[in-house]
Design a binder for this molecule. Structure first.
Ligand code: BG6
Length: 485
């Protein structure tokens, strides 16, 4: 199995994703003793680099904290090799295969079969050709060994292009060999959702339209595109984080109890709830694009990497989704995501219906908030008596903050957790093909209308709370702004 020995090859090894996320995650796993006993790591890319230059380059992004020591970094670097080659020619991949075979000879004991993991940290335009080359030159199947392939979004830009991509890859690798990463599924709080929901009687009993009034899933980033405009323009915030990350969170919040923790049971339920999402109506959408602010922060269109100076690409979106099933009928699921906002935060906020009126005036609706980042916490807003001689009520938080509950805890990085799952062969936190299809089905008609300029895009100042109309929009959908906020 992959526990004992494996080679891990990162394609696109000199790029941003590999340098900032993939290699630091592999290093973290190594330093904590989670990589297979015998492991070698290959970087493959077009850039001409020696092993030495490659090792120096990747270790520049390692964070040396806790078990991630300098000594471990030196050991880890020795396990890394670099192979230079193109993404569309057999020679390059034949060279890669040779390099892998060479180390496998030393690593794999007699009677064992080799294990190969390929991580595509590459733009999707080359996915198809790279998968083809990997299959032709580096694939181990038919009893000769095991191959797993990790791919990462964007999986197309709409339903059609996503299906095309799937069509290219499906004949090459089985669904069991493919791991589609959505790194939000590796985040600690997101992984906690199933436990929190299904292992606690109070949660299981009120998690429905009987008690819940609104659900909001919010993603806020305090910085703009800042040089990444070449990638972002024409893509927009919905494709960048909503169709994937927030939609994954939504499916975990809204799904029914799975039959078991088996990956297929979990993913079956996620697909089922996505199928119940109604088509998005324009009146349930607010779009925004950030403009300059008074402190001199540049607007989206001032970014030198944005080529089209009249671009209407949204950097903010608030969308209310309706889930038409017995549990959620009538409860808006409001997804909100934006760049260049006033805060850095990802959270799930579930507001309950008000208690019967009569004896209380002026009380705050109960809310459960699960903060995904930063500073993971779950808190519940409840009403209590204000201490003293009156019967005045006051909103209080019942609070489970991870760093208070677990001192000295190092919460694993999303990519560490997911790469380890892949080495173990656990698909639970990866996106299945039909799940991807359903997520695209929800957003594609809206994206087509946005691309055709059919929806207005409000300008909001860099560093603000987003488009002004959002606050009214969520209140109209039933959200009551708590008194103490
Ligand atoms: C990526 C998006 O998928 O997720 C980025 O392309 C975004 O635009 C990032 O900044 C957010 O990830 P995280 O883990 O920092 O919340």
């Amino acid at each position: 199995t992959f526990n004992k020995q494996a080679t891990i090859t990162v394609l696109g090894a000199s790029g941003d994703l590999a340098t900032k996320k993939t290699f630091p995650a592999l290093f973290g796993l190594y330093a904590q003793g989670h990589l297979p006993e015998k492991v070698r790591i290959f970087g493959y890319a077009r850039t001409d680099l020696t092993d030495e230059a490659f090792r120096e380059r990747l270790s520049s992004k390692f964070e040396l904290v806790g078990p991630n020591t300098k000594e471990k970094a030196e050991e880890f670097k020795k396990l890394c090799h670099y192979v230079q080659g193109p993404y569309d020619k057999a020679e390059g991949f034949a060279g890669l295969n040779k390099a892998i075979e060479k180390v496998e000879k030393e690593m794999v004991a007699s009677g064992e079969v080799p294990n190969r993991l390929f991580y595509l940290a590459l733009p999707p335009v080359v996915f198809g050709s790279v998968c083809g080359q990997l299959k032709a030159e580096c694939y181990l199947g038919d009893g000769k060994g095991h191959t797993r392939v990790i791919i990462e979004k964007p999986f197309g830009r709409d339903l059609e292009t996503s299906r095309e991509l799937q069509k290219q890859i499906a004949p090459l690798f089985t669904e069991a060999e493919i791991y589609r990463i959505d790194h939000y599924l590796g985040k600690e709080m997101v992984k906690n959702l199933l436990i929190f929901r299904f292992a606690n009687l109070p949660m299981t009993s009120w998690w429905s339209n009987q008690y819940v009034k609104t659900v909001q899933i919010t993603f806020k980033e305090p910085f703009g595109t800042e040089g990444r405009g070449g990638y972002f323009d024409g893509i927009g915030i919905i494709r960048d984080v909503m169709q994937n990350h927030l939609c994954q969170v939504l499916s975990l919040v809204a799904m029914e109890r799975p039959l078991s923790f088996d990956p297929e049971d979990i993913r079956d339920e996620k697909v089922r709830v996505l199928k119940a999402v109604r088509p998005i109506e324009h009146r349930n959408v607010i779009l925004g694009q950030y403009g300059p602010n008074e402190e001199g922060k540049p607007g989206y269109l001032d970014d030198a990497s944005i080529k089209s100076k009249d671009s209407k690409t949204p950097t903010y979106a608030a969308i209310a989704l309706e889930i038409r099933n017995e549990r959620w009928d009538g409860v808006p699921f409001i997804l909100k995501a934006g760049k260049a906002l006033n805060d850095s935060k990802v959270e799930i906020r579930i507001q309950l219906r008000p208690v019967a009126r009569g004896i209380f005036h002026d009380i705050t609706p109960n809310e459960v908030v699960l903060r995904v980042q930063p500073n993971e916490t779950i808190y519940m807003k409840v009403n209590t008596k204000y201490p003293g001689l009156s019967t005045q009520t006051v909103a209080t938080d019942l609070d489970f903050t991870y760093h208070r509950r677990f001192t000295n805890l190092v919460i694993p990085q999303a990519y560490e957790s997911l790469i380890l799952d892949c080495l173990k062969g656990d698909h639970s936190n990866f996106v299945r093909d039909d799940e991807l299809d359903e997520a695209w089905k929800i957003f594609t008609p809206l994206l087509e209308d946005i691309d055709a300029g059919k929806l207005p895009v409000e300008v909001y100042p860099y560093g603000s709370r987003g488009p002004e109309s959002v606050s009214k929009f969520v209140q109209k959908l039933g959200y009551v702004i708590p008194k103490n906020e």
